[in-house]
Design a protein around this ligand. Sequence first.
Ligand code: ADP
Ligand code: ASP
Ligand code: MG
Length: 404
Amino acid sequence: MALIVKKFGGSSLATPEHIKKIAKRIVEDKQKNNSIVVVVSASGDTTDDLISMAKKMHPNPPHREMDMLLSTGEIVSSSLMAMAIDNLKEKAVSLTGPQIGIMTDSAHTRASIRKVKTERIKKELQKGNIVVVAGFQGKDDCDEITTLGRGGSDATATALAIALKADVCEIFTDVEGIYTSDPRVVKDAKKIKIISYEEMLEIASSGAQVMQSRSIELASKYKLKLHVRSSFNKKEGTIIMEECESMEKVFVRGVVIAKNEARVTIHNVPNKPGIAAYIFGKIGKEKINVDMIIQSSDHQGKSDISFTVNEESLAQTLEVMERAREHLKAGKVSSDSDIGKIAIVGVGMKTNSGIAGKMFEALAKANINIEMITTSEIRISCAIRRNLCDKAVKVLHKEFELGK
Ligand code: ADP
Ligand code: ASP
Ligand code: MG
């Protein structure tokens, strides 16, 4: 008997028919004498729809109220799934994140999990129930409902698998695993059999939607293997696990495309120690993720600082920057939300030089202008015009022969 955590993403639960089909699959696994914990996302575009409803009420809705609203999407799908399972004559119970005791910090809309209580789930499993958990949510120490950032059901599943010491953690989605690039954009993208936590984390944090980066951080910390696979067939997907030697032979594992980026620039800040610390300290306090940062050269004791954030964080970032601008007596704050990002990732880059040159040359040949660059040991990212992202990702996928 195994304890299995299975997470189903929103597109896999888009209609009542989808939910019923998945319920059948869950029941089959339960009948093989397994204990099953299911984590569900909000169905289809529910979260996006709720966000646009909120924006009709308020241009930058209070984050606490956003969490009240967004957490409902997952609650709907968890109760529907429990009903569908019950209809197949298996016992099921749906539970919200707060009911279980998924304890988080208080950073509304992008909270981090601090602790997962397991008593309630264990009790329900002992009763023979399939436990269906509403993903993406928890509560803080004041019983306030929090959500875990976009894609946060992946983190719920991972954290539960770790806390329950599950034998298997499966992430079911609308593609068959992790590919060398987004298979919806790059038609000859190849499914990757095994990928290291390190590479997956870079791919996720570069903006590939397929896994939330927090979930990979958690899995990596506790050495939990994740199996990313299709909701619609039984083919083996991709295993995310510790790095092994053979992985280093591949220079570039994948090309990532992230279109929803925005650049923010604060102009004419004093060019002296402590300024960057002040600006990014304020942004960090709001838990806004910053990726690329560049500072212009000194002009009469002043410089411009530009950085990229996810477009979703733009309104909040601009509010923070406006306050920083006043405090620093800097020039104006400007933004550009017409940019995207492409990145190449691979552990093989650690031991191979010349990859960056090859990337830049391929982009230059395709007449794609690079506006910002950042690198890590195993990743090179470039900001480019948003409308060139699809072209750029195809060029790089071909250049590094990932379709072969
Ligand atoms: P879910 O609803 O199951 O959480 P997501 O929409 O969050 O699914 O993520 C799955 C999507 O991620 C796929 O449909 C695919 O378009 C996209 N994606 C981006 N990059 C990759 C990649 N390298 N491999 C697989 N899917 C990717
Ligand atoms: N429903 C949330 C989102 O769309 C969480 C998730 O799908 O994992 O981001
Ligand atoms: Mg997702």
